[in-house]
Design a protein around this ligand. Sequence first.
Ligand SMILES: [Cu+2]
Length: 69
Amino acid sequence: MTHPMHMHGMWSELENADGRFQARKHTIQVQPAQRISFLVDVDAPGRWAWHCHLMFHMHAGMFREIVVS
Ligand SMILES: [Cu+2]
């Protein structure tokens, strides 16, 4: 099952297999056990959520807080 991982407050630039970057995204699709690489411009101070958009995954623990200070 794909995990639509969503970071609040900042954009992500997903890197493809060629080392090039794709369009800026708020939500990145991640397959189970898949490793991905993405860049984030950490330019928004505050407390932000990073979580799977599937509510039952989020409630099962796929939720983290990102603190930018
Ligand atoms: Cu998920």
